[in-house]
Design a protein around this ligand. Structure first.
Ligand code: BG6
Length: 296
């Protein structure tokens, strides 16, 4: 169902029969809400997000393309998150979700203006789907449409902002013992020590070549969010903590306590596509109740 969202921006609402739902703004091709079948919101969106182009929406699932972070010459996180996407009337077959009706296909193509900052022709097709159990699946297909024979290279992330009860009570499992590049220390490489990852200060790390499954355990909410990824070797973990949060105008001073970004990404090794070639990157997120914590 297509309707108007905040400030008259177009959005699509997906509903699954058992009650879960998701909202996708055409601006940014951005998921801004994902609710389980009890109507509980699982994503974080800042109360200060103005929903005003050309600024990206602070929260939900921004798409970072064709550049993650400042790993290149483009604006931070690339331009896909502040472009108007279209509904894709001619999507390619997506075998894994074809029987599911709760999905939307979006597309972003090169524009005259963008080829001045990134001189390539491309088609980026994004499917957002809700599974029968309320799982949220995002599939991106990016194709090089250059007619001048040139390959292009990009980095990418699904910049997931998860809603958490209290950042100090949350932990991540699946990244322990992994190598990471620390954005707070000139992207130097370190190896994660110890058990699960917990939070007591600012974190901005790119874990490289991680397992495909990562869990975010929220003890207070008696809930675990499970992220599964495919084609996306890396995982970014970001929380700005108090000082950085104050410096971000579209984030409330205390909101860092209730958000955690765990992003499925391809950052360390950029992806190169020759003309006609297509890349696919997929993530699936599900919310599992507290019984998961038994024995811990
Ligand atoms: C994270 C980056 O993915 O996004 C951080 O690792 C960055 O370095 C954060 O600060 C937010 O970026 P932005 O551009 O949305 O403020």
């Amino acid at each position: 169902e297509q309707c108007k969202g905040i400030n008259g921006l177009d959005k699509v609402v997906l509903r699954e029969v058992r009650g879960s739902s998701a909202e996708v703004y055409l601006y940014g091709g951005q998921v801004t809400s994902w609710k389980n079948d009890h109507g509980e919101e699982l994503l974080f969106v800042s109360s200060k997000a103005p929903f005003k182009p050309p600024k990206a929406i602070r929260g939900g699932i921004p798409i970072c393309f064709p550049q993650f972070g400042s790993h290149g010459l483009l604006e931070q996180h690339g331009f896909a998150r502040n472009r108007f996407w279209s509904i894709d009337s001619d999507p390619p077959p997506f075998p894994t979700t074809s029987s599911n009706k709760a999905f939307v296909d979006l597309v972003l193509k090169h524009s005259e203006e963008d080829t001045r900052i990134w001189p390539h022709r491309y088609e980026f097709r994004l499917r957002v789907a809700l599974g029968p159990g309320g799982d949220l699946m995002l599939t991106s297909r990016i194709r090089n449409m250059n007619t001048d024979g040139k390959a292009f290279t990009f980095t990418f992330a699904y910049h997931n902002y998860f809603s958490v009860s209290d950042i100090s009570e949350v932990r991540i499992e699946g990244l322990e013992t992994m190598d990471f590049l620390d954005n707070l220390q000139n992207r130097q490489r370190f190896t994660e020590q110890g058990d699960a990852i917990t939070f007591e200060s600012e974190v901005d790390k790119v874990y490289v070549s991680t397992p495909t499954k990562i869990a975010i355990l929220d003890h207070e909410r008696k809930r675990t969010l499970v992220l599964r990824k495919d084609g996306l070797p890396d995982a970014v973990v970001w929380n700005p903590w108090d000082k950085k949060a104050k410096a971000i105008p579209d984030l409330g001073d205390d909101e860092y306590k209730h958000m955690l970004c765990v992003e499925a990404a391809a950052v360390e090794k950029p992806i190169t596509l020759k003309p006609g070639e297509e890349w696919k990157g997929r993530q699936e997120i599900s919310a599992v109740p507290s019984s998961y914590f038994s024995g811990q």
